[in-house]
Write a protein that binds this ligand. Structure first.
Ligand code: HEM
Length: 123
């Protein structure tokens, strides 16, 4: 039976599995690895903190999520197709492992932030 996202281990699992999918996706992997040259050891803990804050109310994340994507968007256009792919992989990951109100919240938050981010990047 699937469980809801209730603790930091769940968040870690969600983030790790999601970025495994990102890395296996040709177009997203190109952006993360070839363009942004992401240091995964540094990036993953930031993402744990981001989702711990958003889903569990643990105020650990201190960054500016949308701003972080402006410079990236200068290097490679973050298109609607890329955002759609990002969201599909995120939702697939949530649904594969989790079920419940916080799992739903995770998908809603991702969608809202993605929409806002896409809108701001186009301004
Ligand atoms: C096409 C969609 C997206 C792409 C290609 C993308 C890519 C990236 C990349 C390359 C970084 C920088 C990593 C690094 O250099 O360490 C980053 C950071 C980040 N992304 Fe995204 N992203 C996307 C959408 C999103 C969405 C929808 C969210 C939130 C729901 C999100 C949340 C974050 C956060 C929290 C950071 C860390 C910012 C910080 O340093 O504080 N991203 N993203």
């Amino acid at each position: 039976m699937k469980v809801d996202i209730t603790n930091t281990d769940d968040v870690k699992r969600l983030v790790n599995q999601f970025y495994d999918k990102v890395n296996a996706d040709k177009d997203l992997s190109f952006v993360f690895n070839d363009v942004a040259k992401v240091n995964w050891e540094a990036h993953l803990p930031i993402m744990y903190r981001f989702w711990n804050a958003n889903l569990l109310g643990i105020p650990e994340y201190k960054g500016y999520v949308i701003d972080a994507h402006f410079s990236l968007n200068e290097k490679v256009k973050l298109t609607q197709a890329l955002f759609d792919r990002w969201l599909t992989l995120f939702e697939e990951t949530v649904d594969f492992y989790f079920d419940g109100p916080t799992a739903q919240l995770a998908k809603q938050r991702a969608q809202t932030i993605a929409q806002l981010m896409f809108y701001k990047l186009r301004q």
